[in-house]
Design a protein around this ligand. Structure first.
Ligand SMILES: *Cc1c(COP(=O)(O)O)cnc(C)c1O
Length: 363
């Protein structure tokens, strides 16, 4: 059993992928070919936002987003301590100070109540992470940010396709940032990402920053990076977009089925808030004796993963450089969290097998 089965998906669309890649080889525009613009239009339509700017990875999209806000050295950016390192990495790379706040014990996303306490005159942005496929409490976060004149970048790397009060992830704040890393809900066959905004000025800035800050050829209006999405990856994503809505439904059904199967066992299953739907980028449960349980599952042939074992304020590269408040919940969840095999093509048989193995492992 795979932790994420990417082969089943490829089988389903292999011929379209081959055709799309062949088309790129034919026209030869490997950088910013026509597929890139076509994809951006489709992604913007899907999310219901005015502008989509594709980019080289979900890390680069976060960096481009921060740079487009004009952050300065020493500015503070608030985010979650319980996320993939990229979210905090870009804050450092942009010269800012990461301020880690704790997560909600049920959704694992930043606690909007603790957010307001962490805001200082130096706070320039908030990067809420929509972890495991479920949006953060974006409406509350936006309200607080607006009150303090702070911008919000949703790190929607794991939540593309999820909804919050009926609106799609990545369309919920000033900027939405997602990743097309192969294992993400919408993944390509390499690195990729995309930015979303309704703000014309931010869209122009992000487009320029993505390509060396270029306003026109060899005229650099601002500092930028080499952050473009490859045409071949855009061509692959176009094929995947065709089946994405179906895959979102499959993910939701499989996620909910897991929760039913595991409901009577000694584990904490994901809590999806009333205003949200989740795409279950990960299906993560909490167990005591996590490492023992993971080993037992491994012995039965069930692969697992830990997202994430060490909160970022405890990572060697960050401890001395960040600011943080009480992170009790992040620390406790990091010790107990365990992700099970998940994906739109996980069969019921495999899922039953995983559930049984979990039952035996936690007894
Ligand atoms: C994957 C991920 C990223 C980074 O995306 P890459 O495309 O791998 O650079 C950022 N934030 C979160 C929450 C992620 O899961």
């Amino acid at each position: 059993m795979d932790f994420i089965d990417l082969k089943a998906q490829q089988k389903r669309i292999r011929s379209v992928i081959n055709q799309n890649i062949s088309a790129v080889l034919e026209h030869g525009q490997y950088i910013m070919g026509p597929e890139v613009a076509e994809l951006e239009e489709k992604l913007a339509d899907y999310c219901g936002v005015k502008h989509c700017i594709s980019a080289s990875s979900g890390t680069d999209t976060l960096l481009i987003a921060l740079m487009s806000l004009g952050v300065k050295r020493g500015d503070e950016v608030i985010t979650s301590a319980f996320t993939f390192v990229a979210t905090a990495e870009v804050i450092e790379l942009a010269g800012c100070i990461p301020v880690f706040i704790d997560i909600d014990s049920e959704t694992y996303n930043i606690d909007a109540v603790k957010l307001e306490e962490a805001i200082t005159p130096k706070t320039k942005a908030i990067i809420p992470v929509s972890l495991y496929g479920q949006c953060a409490d974006m409406d509350s976060i936006n309200k607080i940010a607006k009150k303090h004149g702070i911008k919000v970048i949703e790190d929607g790397a794991q939540s593309f396709g999820a909804t919050h009060n009926g609106k799609l992830s990545n369309s919920l704040s000033d900027i939405g940032s997602t990743s097309f890393f192969p294992s993400k809900p919408l993944g390509c066959y390499g690195d990729g990402g995309a930015l979303f905004t309704d703000d014309e000025e931010l869209a122009v800035a992000m487009r320029q920053i993505r390509a060396h800050g270029q306003e026109k050829r060899y005229y650099h209006a601002r500092i930028g990076i080499n952050g473009r999405l490859d045409t071949i990856q855009a061509a692959i994503l176009l094929a995947k977009m065709e089946i994405f809505p179906d895959e979102v439904s499959l993910r939701m059904r499989i996620g909910e089925r897991y929760s039913q199967l595991l409901s009577n066992f000694d584990v904490v299953t994901p809590y999806i808030a009333r205003e949200n739907t989740s795409v279950y980028a990960q299906y993560s449960i909490q167990v005591s004796n996590r490492d023992v349980v993971a080993q037992k599952l491994k012995d039965r042939g069930v692969p697992t993963a830990i997202h994430y074992p060490i909160p970022l304020h405890k990572q060697p590269a960050y401890t001395e450089r960040c600011k943080f408040t009480d992170l009790t919940v992040s620390e406790s969840v990091a010790d107990r969290i365990l992700s099970l095999p998940m994906g739109p093509y996980l069969t019921e048989e495999d899922q039953d097998f995983v559930a049984k193995a979990v039952q035996e492992a936690v007894q």
